[in-house]
Structure formats: structure tokens, C-alpha cells
Write a new protein. Structure first.
Lengths: 597, 373
């Protein structure tokens, strides 16, 4: 166990985490340069494009250190977005150390801080690395001072490096050996293994990535999962090299994989503990949480006939993503679809994108919302995750919405802007602490609904990317919420309804009706757009009837071209949704997300 | 026997107008080769199709066919008469640009067999004409019309364009007034079309020229339709107005989905359910005719039943109206929409036909799209 080091790399987006990982793999001979596809660890296309890691992965390296000993290094990759905070925390829990990568020209940024705090919370030894020191814009001394300030470490602890130019790689590996403590744990105690990630393999079913804390797990062992008490056999265990490598056993301190005949990832939950069926541990490892969706949205096939295809795609996709939940629902405007629950907006975008790329599903999503608890006058409590299901105002006693406690860390010069933003978002200020002379930590409570859309983007833009943000659910609170309906020529469009705070309803009503006026093209007949609370219309706008759409000339040589043009227009119309006599383009269903306030 | 028409594309122009996207060429050194090739093409098709149809029309389009020698057109007309089943009273139209013909040349064209001229006037406003890079002026345009009358043409049409940059309803109204005083029995009035690849389109993209919006264009169009209605003209297509009996029979062949053969570079043909089109460059056309014994086809398509139905709706609605019996199933399926358009006054029933009204013409393509979607 003394020869094992478990660590991760944390960094702000684009600071060079993936390139550094590649260099470590090459330097340790885990992969050759020829084998090294760029950025080995991020193997989903989507991750590569967005430069983020969505699912975490792990890989094992052998390294002969300067002391002449051969060490086993487990590099555990982590996702880097607030939607996946829980997954990050479980990956960190599997490590004893973290390499903190900071771009030598960009400096310390939001994600650097939020991820660093998670790592410190997890008790990890931090190895600060200044990356890209060879670039013309690098300011190693200034950025090093920032890092020293942030960590309270000594300047000589910060390792200058360039993953691209292969500088400092040995120093990083040596630091991992010297500074990261070897795993603690007792191979003779009952088995406790943490699932820090799980992926779905179409041939093998769920593959759990595990870190063994106590005991050992062997092939053919009868094992038990704390989350569901199912007994399974360890069909295959092994370590994670470039490919999975079967082994007979995994001992306390080590990291590897487990295949146990489980079909999908819902029974290999991230954060769950595995032990032996007989003589197992009595307690699970700390930190397990049932991940619950925070954001809901309707997912509808672009072509109504494709509903069954979408269902198949979701069923398959779900095998790989235990945090997605969905149930069929119907919309008068959009036909048959699903109400889906996501961890956050990024998760929602990723699901949508992957359904499109991997399953060729073209989807319309409705405005995302949170889950409300409505107490009716007759005493019934109902959960509303679709605005259209809100009872009529006369039947409602009171409505509760989810609240979160939020930490915002930002340089002090941005505090004024941040406080203004927080006020716009119905935040209530709780506390302010200075971390050092330049950086403050603000505590707020927010309605979740106010921070799911664009809060993070706004926060970043008003703080030039320096503010970091994290939140956790703290409970439900009563609020004066109303359902805002959108009517087109007098017909309500269910998929456009939303739940908003009464004080914001007028403003939203006006903005949404104006936005829709822009997005709905002129048609043969005039379209009246109304925003209403109950029967009361609070805003309206009009799309005037189309006045001209005809090509002036159509003679022998024009006919074929013109027919093709009409066929194109016809295809365009097919993608629109018909509500009453009005054709609504798909982008109108997300109109609200495009509104600037 | 089924009716058909013949189109002949004469690609030569003395210059290229900024709004024009027709295939044209301003060098005259291949005129001779062109006429001999087109004769070869005519002969090739006459062997196959010359007697299968009753040919009702010939249309010389361009380009500027009126730049040609009348004898060259006479040769073509005679060749067609000898080798195609052309009816004795065939409508034989020539597109004519003011400034390319004088009285005696018009007489010679008449002599050659042309019996209808379509004069490309576009505007009577000097500034408009300059902008459009036309070579004639207002007086030249008016003279050409009177010369045509004097040459003995009874069937005279003029072309006008509206929604030109800077045009106001008043300016356009003056154009219409002048047109209304001329001895013509057919007028085509087109809303300016920005065609890709034209100089004008480039100017608009560069921001040099600004085109007025949909509502403005619609206003001018409504003004046009009302003007001609009040003058006793009949609107028989989106952009075409005539005194009763003076419809362009050749163009009606297109709108009635009937058959036509097109000769010359870029010409389209539609025959036996198949559409084909010729190579558009003159040199390519000439080479192909030589090499392939009278054939210069660049591409072809065979319409599916659905495509044919779409074309029928698209063409019939902009002209004669849709005949109920031809789209029975569709009428049932779209009954609610059609009723709504009857009630709103976009459509009107006329015997067995469903026709556009003055309110319907400006949104013709939208209605077609709704009907075929």
C-alpha cells in the first residue's frame, strides 16, 4: 500500500488538465505517443468540444521513482461543473492528493477555486502546478504569487511546467510520490469499496469504478451493495490501464473496476459502498447521497410520429446516466413527449445533445423549471414539476419552492455587482467573509428557480470570470408564485406556461410576448399574443398578417427551381408546431431563455 | 392531340442589366454558329416529337432576340413550320428591347412571322432606367410601342418593374398612368426580384442599394392590381394583365402544366412527364450540339405524382385557379383551411375553380405552401 498513490488533477477549463494527463501517461509508459489520441481521458466527442469532462474516468500507471522504487499511480479524472458537484466529491473521496493546474497566463479562476475547495474539504494534499510557462503571455511570478496566496503554501512548492512542451513532468510525478500520502486502510478488515463512477457497456452491463478502502475484493466473491442490498457475484475485477486489465484481486488502497452482472448504472450508484455478502462491513463509507433532479423540462420529438423512437433512445441513454429521470407526458401543443428531470441546465444540454448525436433524436425542449409543492385549499399537497399542472389560483392555499444556500467567492471589487445581481434574483444576503485582502466569500439564499437559467453566466460576466459559485439545496419555502400563461389567438399554449414570482410576472409577461412576436413569423392571419395570469391578461402583442409572399415570375425555366423552394418551405412548416390556427417555430418554446433582463 | 409550345432562347445581349439572371452573352462572334446549332437541335427533336403534338406557340426569349437579324428568326420559324405540327394561327412572340429596333426592323420581324411582341420597357422614369442600366429612355420606349403598332402588330405587351429602390407609390403610379395610355393589350408588371448572382444582388448585400420591405412592396402590388382592374384589364396571373382574349398563350402553357420544348442554351423542356434543361453556357451548348447530334441536355428530372401535383397547385393557383376535380383528396384534407381562406377573402370559387382574389395574389406562395404541407 505504501507504493500506491491515488490522485486527481483539478483545473479551470482550458488550463491544460487533459494535456497534462496525456504527458503523465506517456512519461510512465502507460501509453506510447503513437497510442495517445489527444486527450485520452476525455473520450466523449462532446467533452472534447466543450472542453469539459462530464463523466469521470480513471487510469493506472507504473512509475519508477528517483528512489529506485516502482510506484502504482491511480489518476482519477473529475468532472468540473456545478451540476456535477456530487460526482466530483465522490471522485475526490477516492484520492489522497490533487494536482492543481493553473494557467501561467490566465491565473487563478473561478473553477480553480471551487474545485480546490472541494479538494481541501476532501482532505487532499494539494500539489500546485503552473502550466503553460513557455507561452509568450505567461507571467509565472505573478501567477505563482496568486497560487501561494490562495493555498498558503511556499513559493518553492509550486511546480513550473508546460504539458505541451514536456516541461516539469518528472517533477510533478516525483511530487506525487513525495507529497501525496499513501492510502490508509486495512486489507484484513471487512471489505469497503467506494463506487466513484460507473459506466454502461453494451456487452458487459454496468462497470463500476471503485476505490477499495478496507479489505480486499476477489473474483467470484459474493458482494452486496448498500444502496439496494442486492447480492451479486464479482464476475470480473481488474485495474484500469489503457484498457481494462483483469486481476485476481483488488486490495485496500487500490483503484480498479468491477463487473458484477448488473445491467445498468442505476444499481451501481456513484457514492455507494460495496462489501462482502458474508462477513461484510456494517457501515457504508460516508458521503453517499441519492442524487435528485433539480431541474425539469419537457422533451418532445420534433416530429410527433417519432415518440416511440425517443422513448427507445431515452431508455438506452438512461443505462449510462443514473441521474436522468423521465416520465411520459402530453402537451396539446407538442404532442407526446417526456417530462425529464436533470441535475442542472448543463446536464440538460448534455442529455439533449447526446440524444441528438448518439441516437439521432431531434428534440424540442420546453422552458426548464424546478419542482413546486402546492398545498390546496382542501389540504391536499401535490408536487408540480410542469407549470401546466399548476392548479387554478382559486384552489391554491399556498405554494412552496426549493431554496438553496449559495456560496459566491469573488474578488472584492465585484461585490457591488454581485449583490445587485443577487437582489434581481430574489436572493437574501446572509453573510460576508474576507478570505484574504482581495477576495470575499458571500453567503446567500436563493430560490433555486432563479439560479438555474442564466445566473452562473451572468455572475461570470459581471466578475470577468473570477467569481466562483456553488450551492446546495436547503429546503422548501413558501413564495407568492403565479402561473403565467401564453395565449395565441385566445388559445393557451400549454408548453409555454411558466411559474414566476408575482412581482416579476408583469415584466416577464411583457418580455415573453415581445420575444414571441419576434420569433413567430408572419402568417396568413394576424396572431394575437397574450400573457395572462388566470383570466387576467397582463401583456399583449400582435404579429401582423403576412402581406406578401409570391415570386413575381414563374415561367418554363423557373418552375423546377421554384417547386424545390416550396418543398423547402414545406419542410420548414413541418418543423413548426400547430396550436389552433397558429404555427409556432420550435425556438419559440425556449423564447424565455433568450430574454435579456 | 395534346397541345404544346416551343421556346427558343437567343442568348445575345448588347450588355448585361444589373437585375438580370437569364443566361446571356455580349459577344456576337458565335451568332452564326448559334443559329446553325439551334437548327440542328430543332431538327433532332422534330424527328422524335414533331408530329406527336399540336404546337400552338413559339416564344423567342433571351437575351435580346430583337438584336437578331429578322431573316435568322424567319429561318427558324420556317424550319419549325416544316418539321413540327404547328397550328396555322400559332402565337409567335418575340421579346423586344426598345433601342434595338426601329420601324423597318419591326416590319421585317412581322414579315418573318412574328405576330406578338413583348417589349421590355421596365419603367418610364429616366432615373429608374438609368439605375437598371437599360439602354433606352422614356421616349424611346414609347416610340417602340407606336412603331410596333405601325408595323402591324396587334398583340403587344410591355414589361414593367416595381419596388425599385427609391420608387414611391406616386412615381410608380405615373408609370402605370403612362402604360395605361399606350396602345397595348397586355402588361406584365413584376415586383423586383433579387436573383442570386446578379449585380443588383451584390449591391444590396454591400449595402449600396436598399430594397423596401414587404409591406411597402405589398402596397405597390395592390396599387398595380387596382389600377389595371379599373382600366378594364383582367389579371390572369400574379404579374400579368390583359384585355380579354389577349392572354399570352405561350405562358399559359407553363401555368396549365402543359408540354413545351425549349431550344437554345439553358432552355427548359417538359414533355411526356419529363423535364430537362440545356447546358447554359453558349460555348458548352455549341460543343454539345456538334458532338451529340443536336442534343445539349445538362440535366433532367422525372416528376413523381406528388411533385406533379405540387407543381399543378403552384402554377394553377397563380393563374387560372385550381380545378377542384384535379385535387379532390387534398380539398377534403384541407377543407378547413380553404373555408377559412374563402371567408377571409383570399380565395374565391369560380365554377369548378378555386381562384385567388386581389387579397390572395400577394400571398400566393404562402397559400400554396399551406396547401401542400
Amino acid at each position: 500500500m505504501n507504493k500506491i498513490r491515488n490522485f486527481c488533477i483539478i483545473a479551470h477549463i482550458d488550463h491544460g488538465k487533459s494535456t497534462l494527463a496525456d504527458r503523465l501517461l506517456e512519461r510512465t509508459g502507460t501509453i506510447t505517443q503513437r497510442e495517445a489520441k489527444d486527450q485520452i481521458l476525455d473520450n466523449m466527442d462532446l467533452e472534447r468540444e466543450r472542453g469539459i469532462t462530464i463523466k469521470s474516468h480513471a487510469i493506472q500507471m507504473e512509475y519508477k521513482a528517483k528512489d529506485g522504487e516502482i510506484y502504482t499511480l491511480n489518476l482519477i479524472d473529475t468532472p468540473g461543473h456545478v451540476d456535477f458537484t456530487y460526482e466530483v466529491s465522490r471522485s475526490l473521496a477516492a484520492c489522497e492528493g490533487a494536482v492543481l493546474v493553473v494557467d501561467a497566463s490566465q491565473g487563478v479562476e473561478a473553477q480553480t477555486i471551487s474545485n480546490l475547495y472541494l479538494a481541501i474539504d476532501a482532505g487532499l494534499e494539494i500539489i500546485p502546478v503552473l502550466n503553460k510557462i513557455d507561452l509568450p503571455g505567461a507571467e509565472p511570478e505573478r501567477i505563482k504569487a496568486q497560487v501561494v496566496d490562495l493555498l498558503g503554501c511556499k513559493p518553492e512548492d509550486v511546480i513550473p511546467a508546460s504539458a505541451k512542451a514536456n516541461l516539469g513532468i518528472d517533477e510533478i510525478l516525483e511530487a506525487v510520490i513525495e507529497r501525496v500520502p499513501p492510502p490508509k486502510g486495512d486489507p484484513d478488515k471487512p471489505l469497503q469499496a467506494l463506487i466513484f463512477d460507473s459506466v454502461f457497456d453494451p456487452y458487459r452491463g454496468a462497470i463500476a469504478y471503485i476505490r477499495v478502502f478496507n479489505g480486499k475484493i476477489r473474483e467470484k466473491d459474493k458482494i452486496r451493495f448498500f444502496a439496494h442490498d442486492k447480492i451479486q457475484e464479482a464476475e470480473e475485477i481488474g485495474i484500469l490501464r489503457l484498457l481494462k486489465t483483469k486481476t485476481k484481486e483488488l486490495e485496500a488502497g487500490n483503484v480498479g473496476y468491477l463487473i458484477s452482472g448488473i445491467k445498468d448504472v442505476h444499481e451501481t450508484k456513484v457514492g455507494d459502498t460495496i462489501t462482502h455478502f458474508k462477513n461484510g462491513a456494517e457501515e457504508r463509507l460516508p458521503g453517499y447521497k441519492e442524487v435528485k433532479p433539480m431541474v425539469y423540462s419537457g422533451l418532445y420529438p420534433t416530429n410527433t410520429e417519432d415518440f416511440e423512437d425517443l422513448r427507445d433512445a431515452l431508455d438506452k441513454y438512461r443505462l449510462n446516466d443514473s441521474s436522468l429521470v423521465y416520465e411520459p407526458e402530453t402537451s396539446a401543443a407538442l404532442g407526446f413527449g417526456f417530462r425529464c428531470g436533470f441535475l442542472g441546465l448543463l446536464h440538460m444540454e448534455i442529455v439533449q445533445e447526446r440524444l441528438f448525436r448518439e441516437f439521432q433524436q431531434a428534440i424540442i425542449t420546453t422552458l426548464p423549471n424546478v419542482e413546486y409543492v402546492v398545498t390546496k385549499k382542501n389540504g391536499d399537497k401535490i408536487i408540480v414539476d410542469n407549470p401546466d399542472h399548476m392548479p387554478s389560483p382559486g384552489d391554491i392555499d399556498y405554494v412552496e419552492e426549493p431554496f438553496v444556500k449559495a456560496q459566491i467567492v469573488a474578488p472584492s471589487e465585484y461585490i457591488g455587482n454581485i449583490m445587485k445581481l443577487a437582489m434581481d434574483k430574489r436572493g437574501s444576503f446572509k453573510n460576508q467573509v474576507y478570505i484574504d485582502e482581495t477576495r470575499a466569500d458571500l453567503s446567500y439564499e436563493f430560490p433555486l428557480a432563479e439560479i438555474i437559467f442564466d445566473f452562473y453566466d451572468k455572475l461570470k460576466s459581471i466578475s470577468r470570470g473570477y467569481a466562483s459559485f456553488d450551492y446546495e439545496f436547503i429546503g422548501l419555502r413558501e413564495a407568492d408564485l403565479v402561473k403565467l400563461d401564453i395565449l395565441l389567438n385566445g388559445e393557451p399554449v400549454d408548453a409555454l406556461s411558466m411559474i414566476v414570482h408575482r412581482t416579476k410576472a408583469y415584466d416577464w409577461g411583457k418580455k415573453v410576448s415581445e420575444k414571441l412576436k419576434e420569433l413567430i413569423p408572419r402568417q396568413l392571419f394576424e396572431i394575437n399574443i397574450q400573457a395572462a395570469i388566470g383570466t387576467k391578461v397582463i401583456a399583449k402583442s400582435v404579429v401582423k398578417a403576412m402581406r406578401k409572399n409570391v415570386i413575381a415570375k414563374c415561367y418554363g425555366g423557373d418552375i423546377s427551381r421554384k417547386r424545390k423552394l416550396l418543398e423547402k418551405q414545406k419542410e420548414g412548416k413541418k418543423r413548426m408546431k400547430q396550436v389552433g390556427n397558429v404555427e409556432i417555430p420550435q425556438e419559440a418554446f425556449l423564447a424565455v431563455l433568450q430574454i435579456e433582463d | 392531340m395534346n397541345e404544346a409550345g416551343i421556346y427558343i432562347h437567343i442568348p445575345f445581349c448588347d450588355h448585361k442589366c444589373i437585375y438580370c439572371d437569364f443566361y446571356s452573352i455580349i459577344k456576337f462572334d458565335s451568332v452564326k454558329a448559334f443559329f446553325s446549332s439551334i437548327k440542328e437541335e430543332i431538327m433532332h427533336y422534330s424527328e422524335k416529337f414533331g408530329n406527336e403534338r399540336e404546337y400552338k406557340t413559339i416564344f423567342f426569349g433571351g437575351g435580346t432576340p430583337s438584336l437578331s437579324e429578322p431573316s435568322d428568326l424567319a429561318d427558324l420559324i420556317n424550319l419549325i413550320k416544316q418539321n413540327f405540327n404547328l397550328v396555322p394561327d400559332a402565337e409567335i412572340t418575340m421579346e423586344t428591347n426598345p433601342g434595338t429596333v426601329d420601324l423597318s426592323k419591326l416590319c421585317n420581324f412581322k414579315e418573318a412571322g412574328i405576330n406578338r411582341v413583348s417589349i421590355g420597357i421596365q419603367s418610364f422614369d429616366e432615373a429608374d432606367l438609368k439605375f437598371l442600366t437599360r439602354i433606352h429612355d422614356k421616349n424611346g420606349a414609347i416610340h417602340t410601342v407606336f412603331n410596333a403598332v405601325e408595323a402591324g402588330f396587334e398583340n403587344i405587351s410591355i414589361d414593367l418593374i416595381f419596388n425599385l429602390p427609391g420608387q414611391t407609390p406616386e412615381k410608380w403610379g405615373r408609370n402605370l398612368e403612362i402604360a395605361g395610355t399606350l396602345p397595348v393589350n397586355h402588361i406584365s408588371a413584376y415586383s423586383l426580384i433579387l436573383e442570386r448572382g446578379t449585380i443588383l444582388n451584390k449591391m444590396v448585400l454591400n449595402g449600396e442599394v436598399k430594397i423596401q420591405d414587404e409591406d411597402f412592396d405589398a402596397g405597390l402590388y395592390e396599387q398595380t392590381m387596382q389600377f389595371f382592374r379599373n382600366r378594364g384589364f383582367k389579371q390572369y396571373e400574379v404579374s400579368n394583365y390583359c384585355m380579354p382574349g389577349y392572354e399570352c398563350k405561350h405562358n399559359q402553357i407553363y401555368w396549365d402544366c402543359k408540354e413545351y420544348l425549349g431550344f437554345g442554351p439553358s432552355a427548359h423542356s417538359f414533355y411526356n412527364g419529363k423535364r430537362w434543361w440545356n447546358i447554359s453556357s453558349l460555348s458548352g451548348y455549341l460543343r454539345a450540339i456538334q458532338k451529340n447530334g443536336g442534343i445539349a441536355i445538362a440535366g433532367e428530372e422525372v416528376l413523381t405524382d406528388e411533385q406533379f401535383k405540387e407543381e399543378y397547385i403552384m402554377l394553377a393557383l397563380r393563374s387560372r385557379g385550381i380545378e377542384r376535380s384535379k385535387i379532390e383528396g387534398l380539398i377534403d384534407e384541407k377543407q378547413a383551411l380553404i373555408d377559412r381562406l374563402f371567408n377571409s377573402g383570399h380565395l374565391t370559387p369560380e365554377g369548378e375553380f378555386i381562384k385567388l382574389t386581389e387579397k390572395g395574389f400577394p400571398v400566393c406562395d404562402e397559400i400554396v405552401t399551406e396547401l401542400i404541407s
